[in-house]
Design a protein around this ligand. Structure first.
Ligand code: NAP
Length: 247
């Protein structure tokens, strides 16, 4: 198994892409810690699915945008598992609007939940990885962080920030054996995209060379590669998983 004896911390993993990443990592033998806004029915179901795969699981309710909250989650993971080998900054939100109509709150909320959260969790986890002399950080960015998107200036900026954050950490922490990479999913079928109108969905998929949206499992497979020793010389990269959209 690719992730045997590794401990992975994944943010926002109750559902969607984060859930798929947690399940894939568990299938490959990793112990899983995840946080989400609330430990509701959905989060508890994910926890049970993970436990059914025979791995240890810690699930914590925490808002990723809280700096103290992130330190608290990392402290709990350390108390439970004693190490963190992989950090996946996955939790994210959209608050779409055209630039001229965008409110300050829409801008601030997206930057706080998507980008500041990644800083929060890297800040709390990197000292652990430094002591271990190794670790893999995976930031879930987006194709719009590479190319921009009308109506998503807040979201695109937050995702571009995650790419630069990954590259900077790769440079700062490489000598300590810590790798940092970003993945940039394209159009992935989750609840985040399910609310889009039918005509928008059709327009998007027709512009994708593979002519379909991706699945959360297809993102999870690439994250598994980045989490594992298979990618031991891969750092500071951004891997687009977009069916050829950005080609
Ligand atoms: P999703 O289905 O909406 O899931 C997001 C998860 O993050 C949910 O479990 C949500 O919790 C959690 N979350 C939201 N705000 C949080 C907070 N403040 N603190 C803790 N947890 C929080 O989204 P997804 O489609 O799986 O997306 C996952 C990541 O991939 C995001 O960063 C997104 O930007 C990125 N991405 C998605 C796509 C796509 O097409 N779906 C494409 C590119 C990038 P609740 O259930 O409590 O809301």
């Amino acid at each position: 198994m690719l992730l045997e004896n590794k401990v992975a911390l994944i943010t926002g993993a109750a559902r969607g892409i984060g859930r798929a990443i947690a399940l894939k990592f568990a299938e490959e033998g990793a112990s899983i810690a995840f946080c989400d806004l609330a430990m509701d029915e959905v989060a508890m179901k994910t926890k049970s699915e993970l436990e059914a795969l025979g791995v240890k699981v810690l699930a914590v309710a925490s808002d990723v945008s809280s700096f103290e909250g992130a330190q608290g989650v990392v402290d709990q993971v350390m108390a439970e598992f004693g190490r963190i080998d992989v950090l996946v900054n996955n939790a994210g939100i959209t608050r779409d609007n055209l630039l001229v109509r965008m409110t300050e709150k829409e801008w601030d909320d997206v930057l706080r939940v998507n980008l500041k959260s990644a800083f929060n969790y890297c800040h709390a986890t990197v000292p652990v990885m430094m002591r271990q002399r190794g670790g893999s950080i995976i930031n879930i960015s987006s194709v719009v962080g590479l190319h921009g998107n009308a109506g998503q200036c807040n979201y695109s900026a937050s995702k571009a920030g995650m790419v630069a954050l990954s590259m900077s950490i790769a440079k700062e922490m490489g000598s300590r054996g810590i790798r940092a990479n970003a993945v940039a999913p394209g159009f992935i079928m989750t609840e985040m995209t399910a609310s889009l109108p039918e005509d928008v969905l059709k327009k998007w998929t027709s512009s994708i060379p593979l002519r379909r949206g991706g699945t959360p499992e297809e993102i999870a497979k690439v994250c598994c590669f980045l989490a594992s020793d298979m990618s031991s010389y891969v750092s500071g990269q951004v891997i687009a998983i977009d069916g050829g959209m950005g080609a």
